[in-house]
Design a protein around this ligand. Structure first.
Ligand SMILES: [Zn+2]
Length: 450
């Protein structure tokens, strides 16, 4: 039995929930991993600059000591004897970036709308391994991913060190109403019907059951479709789908497990219901009103804009109904993000990667800055703010005791945010996955040292 995963904007990306067997991810031999770069003892990273994200300031002559996967010192008076030294030269160090909205199990294209009935879940597993690697090498060391069992397994594979991909906060199956954006729509009765186990749930008690089931099987966040969406065959894109009562039941049950709720929402009524019900983030938020934005500020609800995709969604690949919806809602969505930035709504970086090519995630920064956000604040959306939304205090800044997730870019991102598209070095948990020297990635060779 074969199901597709329901995802926020593009329901039809096959997302392959049946990977639980781990068939496609048998642990690879260590020798097959060219990025393997563990050195015994501490590593000292040196660079011309580092960005203090909290202060929004560049510090010259950065020194970061890493040991056992953690940052153990930043600019200490001395460095440990016998450490493995890596001098990265004329670059700026930053904490690894966080994308709070990805779909690593798929990539939108002309075939996506039939993948649900023509491909198996394992297709998504291979996709996730490939796109996870691309995303990590683009400087994103953590993602919150909406992609069924595939990215639940990916999260664990990354923690085991078996796969080169970002750390993953997975949702398993998004929750939605029967026939809604998070259900499978567009096929004849009997094809890909689903219930609470696959996230399709109606009424508060079924919603509670669906939350419990996702968490039982690895969800670390609950994703829901509060309104209709673009990349699915159901009705008006902004229409409210869950009632406030259903959303409140979902938030309350998730909270009992210490889990937050992320709500895909385009139309004003659905956004307002989700914010009132207590969700942690609004994904897309295409029709924000002053009333909604003030309530989001008051309650500390994040907007996850996903707005770079407006320029990059492959419109020609979409069926006519879906294309019409995209052309209607996307310009509105961009205006809405602009208003949110001006008004000071909390923003956490998120892209919907998969709707546009994985690896271009950093394009989202340029949109925020073009809308008047400062470069320093733009970096905070993908570091301290995103970490706050994800509920992880062990990353998002360069400080001792935090995870050794460190990247480097040329130049100074506070002068030119586009340098974040040109990541030259990626370390995750103390392991180096990318190191470009003179235009050549040295990560498959030994760097220096022992
Ligand atoms: Zn999405």
């Amino acid at each position: 039995m074969n199901k597709t995963t329901r995802c926020s904007l593009h329901r039809f990306l096959p997302a392959f929930a049946l990977l639980a067997s781990g068939l496609a991810m048998a642990p690879p031999a260590k020798a097959a991993q060219p990025h393997e770069h563990m050195h015994d003892g501490p590593t000292v990273l040196r660079a011309a600059r580092m960005l203090d994200v909290d202060a929004g300031q560049i510090r010259e002559n950065a020194v970061i000591v890493v040991e056992n996967g953690l940052i153990t010192a930043v600019n200490p008076p001395g460095t440990p004897a016998g450490a493995h030294e890596m001098d990265l030269g004329d670059v700026t160090l930053l904490p690894g970036l966080v994308d709070a909205h990805t779909h690593l199990a798929g990539q939108l294209g002309a075939g996506s709308f039939t993948d649900a009935v023509t491909r198996t879940e394992l297709y998504g597993a291979f996709n996730a391994a490939k796109y996870g690697g691309i995303t990590l090498r683009a400087g994103f060391t953590t993602v919150r991913d909406f992609g069924g069992d595939v990215t639940v397994e990916l999260a664990e594979a990354v923690e085991r060190g078996d796969v080169a991909a970002p750390r993953v906060i997975p949702s398993r199956h998004p929750l939605g109403i029967t026939g809604g954006h998070c259900d499978v729509t567009g096929f004849a009765p009997g094809i890909l019907e689903a219930g609470p186990e696959r996230g399709v749930a109606d009424g508060p008690w079924e919603v509670v059951e669906a939350v419990r089931y996702q968490i039982k099987h690895g969800a670390q966040v609950i994703k829901t479709c509060a309104t209709a969406g673009v990349l699915s065959m159901e009705g008006p894109v902004g229409a409210q789908q869950y009632t406030e009562e259903e959303l409140a039941a979902m938030v309350a049950e998730a909270a009992r497990h210490g889990v937050k709720v992320a709500a895909h929402a385009h139309g004003s009524e659905g956004i307002l219901a989700a914010v009132r019900a207590g969700v942690a983030s609004i994904e897309h938020g295409s029709a924000l009103t002053d009333e909604i934005m003030d309530l989001m500020i008051e309650k500390g609800v994040y907007l996850v804009p996903t707005t770079y995709l407006v320029d990059r969604i492959p419109l020609d690949d979409l069926p006519p109904l879906v294309r019409r919806k995209a052309e209607e809602v996307l310009p509105m969505a961009r205006e809405s993000v602009q208003k949110a930035i001006s008004r000071g709504v909390p923003i956490a970086f998120g892209t919907d990667a998969g709707v546009f090519p994985h690896g271009e995630n950093a394009g989202e920064f340029e949109v925020y800055v073009s809308m008047g956000m400062s470069e320093a604040e733009a970096v905070r959306t993908a570091t301290v703010h995103a970490a706050d939304l994800l509920g992880v205090s062990d990353r998002g800044r360069l400080a001792d005791g935090l995870l050794a997730d460190v990247i480097a870019v040329p130049g100074n991102p506070l002068n030119d945010i586009s340098v974040l598209r040109d990541v030259r070095f990626v370390m995750l948990g103390g392991r180096v996955f990318k190191h470009v020297v003179g235009g050549r990635d040295m990560h498959s060779m030994r760097d220096a040292g022992p």
